[in-house]
Each structure stands twice: as C-alpha cells, then as structure tokens.
Design a binder for this molecule. Structure first.
Ligand code: C2E
Ligand code: CA
Ligand code: CA
Ligand code: CA
Length: 269
C-alpha cells in the first residue's frame, strides 16, 4: 500500500512537472509571439435587428504559433495576465485594432477587450490616446469592452480611469453581463454605452426559464436607462427572433459571421 501511495504521488508530481513545463513553454513562446508578429486580431461583425448593416466588429485575438497552429485566447490570455505580458499584448491589440479600423471605408466601430489587469497600469489612458493619435481613428469609433471585475477591484481608481476614457470620446461596453457577481447596481456606478449579455444566457434561453428571465430583466432595465443591449453568441434564427422580441438591439454570433482575419473580414451580411 505504501509503495502504491508513493507511486501515485510520483505520478502526481510528474503530471505537475509536466504542467509547469508546459506553462513555461507557453510563457516563453508568448514573449516571442509579441515580437515575432504571431498575434493576430480576428474581426467578428456586430449588426442591428434589421440585418442590413454591420455597425462594428469585435477584435478577438488569435495566436498563430509556428508549431502548434492557431491558439485561442482562452489558452493564453490567463497566462499573459499572470505574467504581466498582458500589458504589451493589450497595447498591441489597441494599436492594431485602431490602425485596422482606420483603413475601413465605412464608419464601423471596433471593439477591443481590456483585461482588468490592464487597469493596474497607470499608463492605460496614454496607450489608448497613443493608439488613437497614431492611427487617426476618431475616438467615437473605438469601443473598449470591460468585465464587471474592473468594478470590483480598486473601484474608485478604475471608475476614474473609465471616466478618463469616456472623456476621450471612447465608447465603453460592459461585457459578459449576467455572469459573476453581476449586480444591477454596477450600472449606476458608471454610464456604460452598451451591455453585452453573456452568450451562456443566449445558449440556455430556449430551455431555461431562469436564463430567459435574466435576459428580460436586463433588457427591461436597459430601456429605462437608455443603454444598448448586445446579444452575443447568437447561433440560430430562433434565438435571433426571440432576442429581438425581448428588446435586444445589437447582435453578434456565428449566425451572422465568425471572427475572421482582417484580410477576409466580412463586409456584408
Ligand atoms: P468574449 O469577449 O466574451 O468574446 C466572445 C467570444 O465568443 C469569442 O471567443 C468569440 O469567438 C465567441 N463567439 C462569438 N460568437 C459566437 C457564437 O455564436 N457561438 C459561440 N459558441 N461562440 C461565439 P474567443 O475569440 O475564443 O475569445 C474568448 C475570450 O478571450 C473573449 O471572450 C475575451 O474575454 C478574451 N479575449 C479575446 N481577445 C482578447 C484581447 O485582445 N484581449 C483580452 N484581454 N482578452 C481577449
Ligand atoms: Ca468581449
Ligand atoms: Ca462577452
Ligand atoms: Ca466571455
């Protein structure tokens, strides 16, 4: 029994070692990725209820790893956040998205995800200003997407940062709404331009009364607060019809288009 125990322990340590090695590899590779131009932004359209126009695009990062192929953000953003690499990665996203959006013929907005860690950098505002200045993109065409964790941590400091962003003329969206602590009182702490309902609610809405009730609560409140609601992760025509009926005004999801590289960005629906 003793020997068995030790074996299990050895297996366990070996697995831990392997995981740690893997993380170090990703971490080292990620440093090269930034300098080696392996990070790309993919653009996913956001449309209105009439489906006639694309109003904007969300920029979503992909890592084109020379050996491993395309890596999704879920597999490298958390490591970038833990190592602090998110600061350079996030600055890259802002500069690149603004430069790209400036090249579009239309007036569509570009939405960039900001990590809560980026709010710990007092230089965030000047990075956003720099991205706008260097690209020449009007601030009203840049939107940043933040999650509610930004409002939980260093609340006053972060709200000041959001106010400075707003003063620049940048739009601010509250992402993944309904997940986490999601208190409706967050909506009083800052005048968000948009709320994005998390795709898990859209996914569950047909079978879950709770999911539908939450969507209704959010759209009901948005009407009185005059905030636009984006439904994300819309995959079916049924979901789209129902969400329109419930009062969502903006839509994003595979039904309309998947995230695409800049070169093949969807320009019509
Ligand atoms: P998010 O901001 O909630 O982005 C929406 C995610 O839903 C994206 O996943 C998108 O590809 C996916 N999606 C869009 N439509 C559909 C649909 O109809 N069905 C399904 N199942 N999924 C859909 P993605 O691209 O893997 O990104 C995951 C997360 O990584 C993002 O979630 C965001 O939190 C983070 N992320 C992506 N790019 C960046 C970035 O440049 N900076 C930071 N800080 N985070 C990023
Ligand atoms: Ca987002
Ligand atoms: Ca989201
Ligand atoms: Ca999400």
């Amino acid at each position: 029994a003793k020997r068995n125990g030790r074996n299990r322990f050895e297996y366990f340590t070996a697995a831990m070692d392997e995981m740690a090695r893997m993380r170090r590899t990703i971490e080292n590779d990620l440093r090269d990725a930034i300098s080696g131009r392996q990070l790309r932004l993919y653009y996913q359209p956001i449309t209105d209820g009439e489906l006639k126009t694309i109003l904007g695009y969300e920029a979503l990062m992909r890592w084109h790893h020379p050996q491993r192929g395309i890596i999704l953000p879920g597999d490298f953003i958390p490591i970038a956040e833990e190592t602090g690499l998110i600061h350079s990665l996030g600055a890259y996203a802002l500069y690149e998205a603004c430069r790209e959006a400036k090249s579009w013929t239309g007036e569509q907005t570009v939405s960039v995800n900001l990590s809560p860690i980026q709010f710990k950098n007092s230089g965030l505002i000047s990075i956003v200003e720099g991205a706008l200045q260097e690209s020449g993109l009007p601030p009203s065409r840049l939107e940043v997407e933040i999650t509610e964790s930004v409002l939980l941590d260093d609340t006053l400091g972060n709200i000041r940062t959001l106010q400075s962003l707003k003063a620049l003329g940048v739009l601010i969206a509250l992402d993944d709404f309904g997940t986490g602590y999601s208190s409706l009182s967050y909506l009083r702490s800052f005048p968000f331009d948009k709320i994005k309902i998390d795709k898990s609610f859209i996914n569950d809405m047909a079978d879950s009364r709770e999911a539908l009730a939450i969507i209704r609560a959010i759209t009901g409140m948005s009407r009185s607060l005059d905030i636009q609601i984006t439904a994300e992760g819309v995959e079916s025509a049924e979901q789209f019809a129902k969400l329109r009926e419930e009062g969502c005004t903006l839509f994003q999801g595979y039904l309309f288009g998947r995230p695409q590289p800049a070169e093949t960005r969807l320009t019509s629906l």
